[in-house]
Design a binder for this molecule. Structure first.
Ligand code: BDR
Ligand code: CA
Length: 311
């Protein structure tokens, strides 16, 4: 399978890239970067260094948006560290980003393999919204889009209602979720129920090899932040869960196909993902295309596969 990843590395983005790097059936055709967990120059540098660490130095990295469509960005340095990777130092990258923007590389990749490209979006959806403005046929050119983002019935994480990736660019998210992609939404509803707990983190710490060791150090920092909000040594595996679902949709054990909108105006609820869970026929609703909202996942199986990917 041909995969394009748009991301903001980011500790869990790093784990997602490590997961994909270990899947023999995945051919990564490009990585786009976006502001989010850190500024875009930092996330771009991180994408380059991570791909080199995982032996994927030939994958083109394209820098994307440095800010959301409308509002200023909200960076997550407290969660992911001042360098976006838990303040863990890794070798400086040898490569540089390509000249194209992330949106341009995505559009070119989709046009060159119509109906064959799978896209994984792990950051704010700004690059995807820009790509749609460059190529309105993108939803037909792409085979499948998996988005890590949103909080439908679960609480948010940046505000009580909004999840970070959607909250950073609600306008872009509203456009992408309504564009007609074959889209699976992997929201906090399932990612916050897929925690790497103390036992799993200890198992990872015992895995030999550079990839596992670096990941364990990233996750030490991440679990430090999550530990404070969760009250236990654990962390949420948002982005790698979405990556695993892209590779194997059967990890989603229950889902609903529903239109999802993004609240753009609420004083307290801007960035909230609003799913129409009524289950009414399309002619009784406003006709917005449905997306597949994952409601249950096989977390144990995913965590086993994640550990295997780092072995
Ligand atoms: C999402 O926000 C980012 O901080 C993470 O990398 C993940 O993509 C979780 O809300
Ligand atoms: Ca991310």
């Amino acid at each position: 399978m041909q995969v394009f990843v748009d991301c903001d590395p980011g500790i869990d983005d790093a784990l997602a890239l490590a997961y994909l790097a270990a899947q023999p059936e995945v051919r990564l055709v490009g990585v786009g970067t976006v502001y989010g967990n850190n500024a875009v120059d930092v996330t771009t540098n991180n994408a380059l260094r991570l791909l080199e660490l995982y032996g994927l130095q030939d994958v083109p990295v394209a820098a994307g948006a440095g800010r959301p469509l409308v509002q200023p960005p909200h960076l997550a340095k407290g969660v992911h560290g001042g360098n976006g990777l838990g303040d863990v130092s890794t070798p400086e990258p040898q490569g540089v980003p390509v000249a194209e923007s992330a949106a341009e590389l995505l559009v070119r990749s989709a046009r060159s393999a119509p109906g064959e490209l799978d896209v994984l979006a792990l950051g704010p959806l700004t690059n995807l919204a820009v790509a749609l403005s460059l190529e309105p046929e993108l939803p037909r050119l792409v085979r499948r889009l998996v988005v890590m983002g949103g909080a439908v019935q679960a609480p948010g994480n940046v505000t009580p209602w909004a999840e970070a990736n959607i909250n950073n660019d609600p306008e872009a998210a509203e456009t992408v979720l309504g564009a007609g992609f074959d889209l699976t939404l992997v929201a906090l509803d399932v990612t916050m129920r897929t925690l790497a707990d103390a036992v799993w983190l200890d198992e990872l710490a015992a895995v030999p090899g550079e990839r596992a060791a670096v990941s364990a150090r990233f996750l030490d920092f991440y679990a430090g932040w999550y530990g404070r909000v969760l009250g236990e040594r654990a962390c949420a595996m948002h982005d790698p869960l979405a990556a695993a679902i892209l590779v194997d949709p059967a990890l989603v054990t229950s889902s609903v196909d529903v239109p999802v909108r993004v609240e753009l105006r609420g004083q307290y609820t801007r960035g909230l993902t609003v799913a129409d869970l009524r289950g009414w026929p399309a002619d009784e609703t406003d006709g917005r295309p449905a997306v597949t909202l994952a409601t249950e996942v096989n977390s144990a199986e995913f965590l086993k596969r994640m550990l295997n990917a780092l072995r």
